[in-house]
Design a protein around this ligand. Structure first.
Ligand code: MG
Length: 227
């Protein structure tokens, strides 16, 4: 499914896949770690500028001293360079750790980080999350997120699932794999929110972790009676 996981993570993910506890599947960039804000600072350090003009990176990045937009292929290069040193730039989203810990304690929920990044960056990201006390297992994959969730639901397809992500396409993939999922849209970088395309049916927007925690807590309390 994914490469470059630690042996400990492989063991924990196999255990997660056998468990019937409620599952919280949590994206990393823009949900657990700030992504857009530090990426903008990274671009600044390379004499480029980001303008929040649409819900894309392409077309929004400009060369500072000429004002020319950056071509798509060069944006991929910036992203690669950023991920190769992202642990020096990214910081946790406010209240992420405390919220996840309280959901684990209150509902016996199990958390897995599901990040859409090339698995070769796994160790660097793992170290960064650990350094901030975000020690839950992580799956780094470029496959559709629904595929990873299907593996986690193989043994107990009816276990409750809450999912958090900033990208509508990931919600569609998850809801296709598990339609009963509580799908919450969260995006830490506020200025891009107004450019968001309409969210897919069944996806609810939350503005921050305290609100997400309330939504997930209510959902898990309601499903507890059904388990
Ligand atoms: Mg994300």
């Amino acid at each position: 499914m994914a490469f470059d996981m630690t042996a400990e993570e492989i063991r924990r993910i196999e255990a997660l896949a056998r468990s019937k506890s409620p599952l919280i599947v949590c994206d990393v960039d823009e949900v657990v770690l700030e992504f857009v804000a530090p990426f903008i600072r990274f671009l600044e350090s390379r004499e480029h500028e980001f303008r929040s003009d649409s819900f894309h990176l392409t077309g929004n990045i400009y060369v500072k001293n000429t004002g020319h937009p950056v071509e798509k292929k060069n944006i991929s290069r910036f992203l690669n360079d950023f991920f190769a040193e992202h642990d020096g730039w990214q910081t946790p989203v406010s209240e992420a750790r405390a919220s996840l810990q309280s959901l684990e304690a209150e509902h016996g929920a199990e958390v897995v980080f599901l990040t859409a990044m090339p698995p070769r960056h796994h160790a660097r990201r793992r170290g960064l999350l650990d350094a901030h006390g975000l020690t839950q297992p992580m799956i780094a994959t470029e496959d559709a997120k629904g595929q990873a969730l299907a593996v986690l639901l193989q043994t107990h397809p009816d276990r409750p699932v809450a999912f958090l992500d900033d990208l509508p396409a990931n919600h569609l993939s998850i809801l296709e794999a598990a339609p009963a999922t509580l799908a919450l849209h969260m995006m830490a970088y506020e200025p891009l929110r107004r450019h968001l395309p309409p969210l897919p049916d069944g996806v609810k927007s939350v503005k921050d972790w305290p609100q997400a925690r309330t939504e997930i807590s209510t959902f898990l309390a309601n499903t507890a009676g059904l388990r």
